[in-house]
Design a protein around this ligand. Structure first.
Ligand code: SAH
Length: 453
């Protein structure tokens, strides 16, 4: 019988959706970090539950030909790049396989056109947003990332998948905070001031926003820091402060204040211009978001008489990308600030055939049904938990020809497609798009069509 700290030789058989190697020994399924399929390793047993165990590589006896040997282990330990040890081409295959497996296991779908994952040509430095914790490590203020499942900061200066201009700004601000002796936050006794630095950068505009997340309102010599930052980085058009006195995992409170410039940046996607504020959802990989939205446009096969619902519309990016090709777009989004942005974004781009509603997607469907609105296409882009049963029923009841499903979680997407199948719809094709290279996140688009009666 296996016990903690035993060392056994195993062969890794599979990869979990979070990027751990999977090995089976003695009736246990083991999850092993930094171990790839086909690798033969000696594994130390770290922990045993009923049927599941966790192990650690002691030695590699045979390595995978698909292993990326150049990855700094900090990226694996923090989860910044939890698939970074696997060759990029293999990551793309793995993501398509996850979509395929979920569709089969959950919805029983075997025969469907599953297109190969659209990957990035340069899959590095793509993130346009950074949320960087600030803590004291060995007596010094540091910026970096927490080790997985902990709040133990690992100092990092090159964030690998993050825009290099953002990395530079973070380092500059870190040095300023050290120089001005501003105290980093300490979770143990909730002392210290600076909790996080949040940075956004427009991929095309180059504009940057910096947010200081602090535990208290008063920041010593903040005007001087602001001046030094904007002198060194003229692209910074917005510096904000968010005071968050709660010791929770949410980064922002509602308490924002402008320290410099405006409270948003702008950027463009597929030729439209967008205002992006600190809290709004905005796809973190702009180049691939354009490919994602273009795929949604192509799948929806839009024409000038189409009436489109954009459910879970955020700041309106998908609906507004559709608007010039169709008769009318109705968007709905639960966060009021995002809807305000969506309306301004419509105006910015001279789009008059799109309207956005604040509220839950479910309530909006009810309202639009009552008003007799008959969409030909319903586009959905829900968060990870997917759609609700009531949304699925209400949307099918509107009888659109097509439902274009943009998903960041293939498991809930497959569950929802199963529902649509029971309501007279079929999955036609699915296309993964790699918005998050080197991480376990899978983004996918599915075209669901009404079965003709
Ligand atoms: N389509 C947008 C945003 C997608 S993210 C884009 O591509 O940028 C999902 C969005 O759904 C978030 O903005 C979130 O605030 C919103 N949301 C979450 N639950 C919702 C609900 N029940 N009803 C409407 N919107 C919701």
């Amino acid at each position: 019988m296996l016990k903690k700290n035993d060392i056994v030789e195993v062969v890794i058989e599979d990869l979990s959706h979070q990027g751990s190697g999977i090995a089976k020994v003695d009736g246990f399924v083991f999850f092993v970090e930094n171990a790839l399929p086909t690798e033969r390793i000696t594994m130390r047993v770290l922990k045993l539950n009923k049927k599941i165990g966790f192990g650690k590589v002691e030695d590699y006896l045979e390595k995978s030909p698909h292993r990326n040997e150049n990855l700094d282990l900090a990226y694996l330990r923090t989860g910044i790049a939890d698939f970074g040890h696997l060759a990029y081409e293999e990551q793309l295959l793995f993501k398509a396989k996850q979509v395929k497996d979920n569709l089969y296991k959950t919805a029983g779908i075997k025969a469907v056109e599953l297109l190969p994952t659209i990957g990035m040509e340069q899959p590095y430095a793509y993130r346009n947003k950074a949320q960087i914790p600030v803590r004291r490590v060995n007596g010094q203020l540091e910026t970096g990332f927490f080790r997985k499942n902990s709040h133990d900061l690992l100092p990092i200066s090159d964030f690998y998948i993050q825009d290099k201009e953002i990395d530079k700004l973070i380092l500059f601000v870190r040095n300023l905070l050290r120089r001005f002796q501003v105290s980093p936050y300490n979770e143990a006794d909730q002392s210290g001031l600076i909790k996080n630095l949040v940075v956004r950068r427009g991929h095309y505009s180059g504009q940057m926003m910096l947010v200081f997340v602090t535990s208290r309102p008063k920041v010593f010599r903040v005007e001087q820091m602001v001046q030094l930052i904007t002198e060194a980085f003229p692209q910074v058009v917005s510096i904000m402060q968010n005071v968050n006195d709660q010791n929770s995992n949410a980064i922002f409170s509602k308490d924002f204040k402008v320290l410099y410039g405006q409270d948003y940046i702008t950027d463009s996607i597929l030729g439209n211009d967008y205002m992006i504020s600190a809290q709004s959802f905005y796809q973190v990989n702009t180049v691939m978001a354009e490919k994602l939205y273009q795929t949604a446009i192509d799948f929806s096969d839009l024409s000038a008489d189409d009436v489109v619902i954009d459910a879970y519309s955020g700041i309106g990016t998908i609906g507004l990308s559709f608007a010039k090709k169709v008769k009318k777009v109705y968007g709905v989004e639960v966060i009021e600030a995002a809807v305000k942005d969506a309306r301004k974004n419509a105006e910015r781009n001279g789009i008059r055939n799109a309207e956005f509603l604040v509220g839950s997607a479910e309530a909006a469907m009810e309202k639009w049904s009552k008003e007799g609105i008959k969409p030909s296409v319903i586009l959905v882009d829900p968060p990870r938990k997917g759609l609700t049963e009531s949304f699925i029923k209400a949307s099918a009841a509107m009888a659109p020809k097509k439902i274009t499903y943009v998903s960041c979680n293939p498991a809930t997407m497959a569950r929802d497609i199963k529902h649509y199948q029971e309501l007279g719809y079929n999955l036609i094709k699915a296309q993964p798009v790699d918005l998050f290279p080197h991480t376990h996140h899978v983004e996918c688009i599915a075209l669901i069509q009404r079965v003709k009666s």
